[in-house]
Design a protein around this ligand. Structure first.
Ligand code: SAH
Length: 225
């Protein structure tokens, strides 16, 4: 089972998502356990302060190091891996999610930032891996944390009913998924390709392979380079 701790100042944002759909189902099947923690629990003062102004001046506030240090002191185990959400981190890719979903008895701790980010000492001394979900800046680490959790969850063996659906998916083998259609055969005179209605599986597979190749070349020529 994979166990994940999420440390945030907005626990309710996380709770709603992890108690729906596939992430909920994975927890019900005991393949995953997620615990959500309010960082303010580990604040030092009675106002539960977790942020402060930057040394050297400048706009905005930074997440303080001590509450995070104290949270980790309590939550960390021998086998824990601590993840920091950060636009400066390594960009998350499907192969990383694969790897994280397959590790046995893993314990992951994800820290969500806010404001202008973290005191640099959090980056330097307290974490194992800093990840970004793309080259843009969000206001908080909750969405990135959920991206990581969702991406891992659907790859845990036993979570999705149909293993085959994972194999042809985008980014597996450096290619994009092939185009798919469902009923009706014709809508607004927009037609489903003939070959998919033919029942000839050899031709269908060939069409899918070829379409996936063309799509990948056109939309993501960088894949596999
Ligand atoms: N001043 C920082 C941005 C802080 S954004 C900078 O310019 O690098 C506030 C918080 O949102 C971050 O600490 C992080 O937890 C989260 N965040 C924002 N964008 C993110 C991204 N692309 N990937 C992962 N986390 C992100």
């Amino acid at each position: 089972m994979i166990e994940i701790e999420i440390i945030t100042i907005f626990p309710e944002v996380i709770t709603e998502y992890i108690n729906s759909s596939i992430v909920k189902r994975a927890q019900e099947k005991n393949l995953l356990k997620i615990n959500v923690h309010n960082l303010r629990t580990w604040a030092l003062d009675k106002h539960k302060t977790v942020d402060d102004t930057p040394y050297g001046g400048g706009p905005g506030m930074l997440m303080k190091v001590e509450p995070i240090f104290n949270a980790l002191k309590e939550l960390k185990r021998e086998n824990s891996k601590v993840f920091l959400t950060s636009p400066k981190g390594e960009k998350l890719v499907q192969s990383k999610l694969e790897q994280l979903s397959k590790e046995k008895d893993s314990h992951y701790i994800i820290i969500c930032g806010h404001y202008e980010g973290f005191d640099q000492r959090v980056h330097d001394y307290l974490i194992d891996y800093e990840f970004s979900i793309g080259d843009y800046v969000l206001s908080g680490g909750e969405l990135p944390a959920l991206v990581l959790v969702d991406g891992i969850t659907r790859l845990i063996p036993g979570v999705l009913g149909n293993k085959q659906s994972l194999e042809s998916e985008s980014f597996n083998n450096d290619s994009l998924d092939f185009p798919q259609y469902t009923k009706p055969e014709s809508f607004n005179n927009w037609k489903v390709p003939e070959v998919l209605l033919s029942g000839n599986h050899k031709n269908i597979n060939e069409w899918r392979r070829e379409s996936s190749k063309i799509d990948t070349l056109n939309k993501r020529p960088d894949l596999g380079k």
